[in-house]
Design a protein around this ligand. Structure first.
Ligand code: ADP
Ligand code: ZN
Ligand code: ZN
Length: 830
């Protein structure tokens, strides 16, 4: 294993002038160079931050990428002002990773750095500091300069860095701020994240003196009166064994005890209660306790995975839903951390639920840390440092956890590897976390395990070609059969207003059956809101957003029309703007409408909705999952959110309400997405006990994807779909680059896109598709054009094309009319 500390620079000769290449968290066309004053030379190190001036007077904390002695020929560099860190905040692997990402995804290293670093590490003249109210007013431990700033902050509550400069000797500002941040006196304001509220819950713990088994046995053997308290204690011990952490409400509910009884035990010094953040796990003991046995099938899969990974860097685990992939991951992770390596376990953000966290924490306790976008800045820094020091062994996170400063990564697990949300859309870097993880792992010679019940065609093709190892698990745990799938033809079902039926008689019957048997139901619709649009009954006019070229969705609860592209809301229309008619019908239906229909049909059932409107924030999502888990909800209606990797015991029926909407997109990936979505939703049915059932409501019953879903035949699906892709030259048989052009004038954006295409034609004419306006060709008052480039698989050609795009974009921006056209390259778009 490589040693990751950087060489310190004690041996460099002081007589030659030294320079540093510094990364600044901005979209700059290239990296800039500064001169190192002799007296700072021994302090400068790659991965550490320095304070520099950019332009006339903008200051930044940048990261040193490289220390060298090559004087730039064209200009005289300025000197760095301060060295901020005595230890690097990232290792060489991260710097290499950033460089690769910028090159591969056509953005600047500064943009990657911007995405990678927690806000607290990114200081600039624009930074706004906030006083941390939790810091109190005892500043006696601060030095004079720190005190000055702290006092000003405690009075003013916030200060710009530029204002701090008026308080202090200019040359000291950044180091002082850095120390105040480390001492938690202040925070850096973050525009998007300032609504974060940590969720606290009361946890129950065993008093440390009873952690020893003998002490506990002694206590129970000599238990006097209060049998109820003893019962409560036993319930606690049971829960802590099965769940890891025990919350007070959960304990009281499961034990049937009262709060007073719990208080009694706390007063006796047997149990403790503690308010803590639900996401924080550091109090758990650092120990591994794997208390399950793999089945023979799983054991074989594990052996095969290990074997492949001896030869190959990447292995794909294709295991049907509920085959126990998580257990195979757990055993792989165990191996890695026993060898002293770190593990990154990546999941799509929505799948990162308390359910998954609890499950893993049961086995790995305090070795696990969690990273997601809803952490506050302090927590992010804390976590950053834990990963850097190696204290955190397993990081469970969404795509951005790739950027954490791992020091000896040994294994990356990418669960639900097919999931489109691994792709970052906006802003740059527009990376695919699955693909980037493979590169990151290679920098550490680490192994990668991709897992899914419905692998992406890219990964499966790579596995078929022998580039990745391939292991398949085709049996559900407990040998439960995959759910039976039935198509409900909606073509001939008439509703009163001739709209699409929401809940067909067949589905209604099936739901009723479930409810009488005390089973749970999940209904899936890929559309939120009440009805996707209102349509004028006489002329067909549909209200559109004023800023975007899309129709508006009616949300009944808010009684508003909402644009799902820009978020603008409008009052519902009562008069047609085209013909003056007063009558509108609602066409199609979203989750809100389904919920309403269900309430009418099943007035006694407990119904809940899970979508972006009903579930704001991670905790609401988790709370709903928990309610459903505890069977306090009978029917769950939801969008994508209900699909992701959840494991419920009592779901006997899944309904897919409008498969035509899933299969109707004009995109070459539509079949793949449709298959994945339907197979994954189906996978939530009948995971424990009896076989589940899935009803799919659809008009186009002969759509080929439906036949594959019905048979749960991934292989046949892949064979057919790969043939299609090959015939039309789509990935995985080609590589795509998408260029998006945006401008507020339509003529300008069209002309710019055409100009670009013309310039590309000589070398890449064969491979261009478009330019063309996308289906939604105006968003937030900007017109949009797209140019697709579909290249044969040839790394050299791909590189050539990226270079051209880079060059020609700069060229385009030099043309007067196109100066302000935004050009966004997207490599391997989804
Ligand atoms: P997948 O991720 O493949 O969909 P999971 O790992 O969630 O499947 O497993 C499905 C369910 O079966 C889980 O509740 C899991 O705890 C249980 N399970 C799977 N394998 C075993 C095993 N070997 N021992 C005990 N429980 C298992
Ligand atoms: Zn009309
Ligand atoms: Zn809009």
């Amino acid at each position: 294993m490589t040693e990751l500390e950087f060489n310190n620079n004690t041996d460099v000769s002081n007589s030659v002038t030294h320079y540093v290449e510094v990364l600044i968290p901005l979209a700059l066309p290239r990296n800039y160079t500064w001169k190192v004053p002799v007296e700072m030379l021994h302090l400068v190190q790659p991965g550490g931050r320095v304070e520099v001036i950019l332009g006339r007077n903008k200051k930044y904390a940048g990261i040193v990428k490289r220390l060298h002695t090559n004087k730039p020929a064209a200009f005289e560099p300025k000197e760095i002002l301060n060295v901020l860190d005595d230890a690097p905040i990232v290792f060489s692997q991260q710097l290499d990773f950033w460089e690769w990402m910028a090159h591969y995804y056509l953005c600047s290293e500064g943009e990657v750095m911007q995405a990678a670093l927690p806000t607290h590490f990114k200081l600039s003249s624009e930074t706004v500091l906030l006083f941390n109210d939790e810091a109190g007013d005892d500043f006696s431990h601060l030095d004079d300069e720190e005190f000055l700033v702290a006092e000003a902050l405690s009075i003013r509550k916030e200060l710009r860095l530029a204002e701090v400069q008026q308080l202090l000797d200019v040359s000291h500002v950044y180091p002082v701020i850095k120390r105040l941040l480390e001492k938690n006196i202040c925070l850096v304001w973050e525009e998007l994240k300032h609504t974060y509220k940590e969720k606290k819950e009361t946890f129950v713990l065993l008093h440390p003196k009873y952690m020893q088994e003998e002490a506990l046995a002694e206590l129970m053997n000599t238990w006097g009166k209060a049998p109820k308290q003893l019962e409560l204690l036993l319930a606690y011990l049971h829960l802590s064994k099965t769940e890891g952490q025990v919350t007070q409400p959960e304990l009281l509910k499961k034990s049937g005890a009262s709060a007073a009884q719990l208080k009694g035990l706390v007063e006796k010094g047997v149990l403790l209660t503690e308010k803590r953040s639900v996401d924080r796990l550091q109090q758990l003991p650092k120990e591994i306790s794997i208390n399950f046995q793999l089945t023979a099938v799983q054991e074989l899969a594990l052996e095969q995975v290990k074997k492949h990974l001896e030869q190959k860097q990447v292995c794909l685990l294709h295991g049907i839903t509920s085959s126990g992939k998580t257990l195979v991951y757990i055993r792989m992770m165990e191996d890695a951390i026993r060898q002293g390596k770190q593990v990154l376990y990546m999941l799509p953000e929505i799948a990162l639920t308390a359910q998954v966290i609890r499950r893993l924490q049961l086995y790995f306790g305090g070795y696990i840390v969690i990273y997601h976008s809803r952490f506050n800045p302090n927590e992010r820094v804390e976590l950053w440092n834990k990963v850097k020091s190696g204290e955190a062994k397993i990081v469970l996170g969404a795509r951005s956890s790739l950027f954490l400063p791992f020091r000896n990564l040994g294994l990356v697990i990418c669960d639900e590897e097919h999931d489109p949300s691994f792709k970052q859309q906006d802003p740059a870097p527009r990376y695919n976390a699955r693909d980037a993880a493979i590169y990151l792992a290679s920098l550490f010679r680490a192994k990668v395990l991709l897992g899914s019940a419905t692998p992406s065609l890219e990964s499966y093709y790579n596995a078929m070609q022998g580039k990745y190892g391939l292991v398949e698990m085709t049996q559900r745990f407990g040998d439960i059969a995959l759910p039976e799938i039935e198509l409900v033809d909606t073509k001939n079902i008439r509703t009163a207003d001739k709209s699409k039926p929401i809940i067909t008689p067949a589905l209604q019957q099936a739901v009723e059956d479930c409810l009488t048997r005390s089973k749970q139901v999940i209904l899936f619709q890929n559309r939120r809101g009440y009805s996707p649009y209102q349509v004028c009954q006489s002329c067909g006019w549909i209200p559109h957003c004023k800023n975007c070229d899309v129709s508006l969705t009616f949300h009944k609860l808010q009684n508003k029309l909402v644009c799902h592209y820009c978020g603008t809301t409008y009052p519902p229309v009562t008069v047609c703007e085209a013909c003056g008619n007063h009558h509108f019908t609602q066409q199609n239906f979203g989750t809100e409408r389904i919920e309403e229909a269900l309430q009418e049909i099943f007035p006694k059932a407990r119904i809940a909705r899970m979508d972006m409107d009903a579930v704001k924030g991670k905790h609401a999502h988790d709370a709903l999952i928990q309610l459903f888990e505890q069977h306090r909800i009978d029917i769950l209606v939801g969008t994508q959110m209900v699909v992701k990797g959840l494991d419920f015991e009592h779901v006997a029926l899944v309904g897919i309400l409008d498969a035509d909407a899933i299969l109707g997109f004009a995109d070459f990936r539509v079949n793949e997405r449709g298959f994945q979505l339907m197979e994954q939703v189906s996978g939530r049915a009948g995971r424990k006990g009896e076989q589940g059932k899935v009803l799919i409501q659809v008009r186009n019953t002969s759509h080929p994807v439906l036949q594959f879903v019905r048979a749960h035949d991934y292989q046949a699906f892949v064979q057919t779909e790969l043939q299609n892709r090959q015939q039309f030259g789509y990935p995985p048989f080609s590589r795509m680059i998408q260029l998006t052009f945006k401008h507020k004038l339509q003529e300008t954006v069209v002309a710019a896109a055409r100009q670009m295409a013309d310039w590309m034609k000589p070398a890449f004419g064969h491979y261009l598709i478009g330019p063309a306006a996308p289906v939604v060709n105006r968003v937030r008052n900007q017109y949009i054009m797209e140019l697709m480039i579909k290249l044969p698989k040839d790394l050299h050609l791909l590189q050539q094309c990226k270079d051209q795009v880079h060059l020609l974009t700069a060229h385009l921006h030099q043309q007067q009319p196109f100066k302000s056209v935004v050009v966004i390259p997207d490599i391997d778009p989804l």
